[in-house]
Design a protein around this ligand. Structure first.
Ligand SMILES: [Zn+2]
Length: 250
């Protein structure tokens, strides 16, 4: 039974992941509902259903379009696989509880924003606007203890990131500010501080690796959204353990 449910969560994750790719790529262009079928980015040919199976199509076609043989971005299968794994992990860690709902919501927010930020260096307002009310409703029914931690978290996030933007002069953008503030609301001030620390840590490591691999200069603008998302997932899955470990050091 457990195995069957894990399989179901994973499969749903793959399918949703495939949808999140489309959302992340189309929302910034406002074409989410204008173009119905998926198409090849290079030759713009509409894909057949055998080319739309998450991950498997990519593997079968060896990462290339069937017709024009141009490479398909590895981002697509990675995001599908990532969504599948994160859906299962949420279920394994929290079972049938309200945190499972939070996990699925977080993944559904983070994956399309990651795609969007990687593709366009943009965190779309529309995605934040779509998800914010869902998190408000979630925290209304399942508040932090005490409930005002949500308000403190969002205030702390807003002020801190606002200062970072002022000091860093363009290192982070308004999109990052809103994204961080939403996480401050969801996680409260203490877990938010951990999230902020982790995102800068991941961002620094990621920046160094990117500079090495792509040989780009320090001035090149990097998308910070993926690191914020990764930090939020780390906090969701292991935040309490990390914080209690840290406190035990004193
Ligand atoms: Zn093609």
């Amino acid at each position: 039974m457990e195995l069957l449910l894990s399989f179901i969560f994973f499969t749903y994750g793959l399918i949703f992941g495939s949808f999140f790719n489309v959302v992340g790529l189309r929302v910034p262009n406002k074409t989410l509902f204008k173009e119905n079928r998926s198409y090849c980015d290079t030759c713009e040919r509409t894909l057949t259903w055998t080319e739309l199976i998450p991950v498997f199509s990519y593997l079968v076609q060896r990462g290339k379009c069937k017709k024009c043989h141009q490479p398909i971005s590895i981002l697509y299968p990675l995001m599908e696989l990532g969504t599948g794994i994160l859906f299962v992990l949420s279920y394994w860690q929290y079972g049938w509880s309200h945190q499972l709902v939070l996990g699925l919501l977080l993944v559904s927010l983070i994956i399309p924003i990651t795609v969007s930020d990687l593709a366009y260096k943009k965190i779309p307002n529309r995605l934040l606007l779509f998800f914010t009310p869902l998190f408000l409703v979630y925290r209304f029914f399942f508040p932090l203890d005490p409930f005002w931690l949500t308000l403190m978290g969002s205030l702390l996030a807003f002020v801190l990131i606002f200062l970072v933007i002022l000091v860093s002069r363009g290192g982070m953008g308004i999109g990052d500010l809103k994204y961080f503030t939403l996480f401050g609301f969801i996680f409260g001030p203490i877990q938010f501080l951990l999230l902020f620390f982790l995102s800068t840590l991941y961002g620094t490591l990621g920046g160094l690796i990117t500079m090495r691999v792509k040989k780009v200069g320090k001035r090149t603008k990097i998308a910070f959204g993926p690191y914020i998302g990764l930090a939020a997932l780390t906090v969701f899955f292991t935040g309490e353990q990390i914080i209690s470990w840290y406190l035990s050091l004193f």
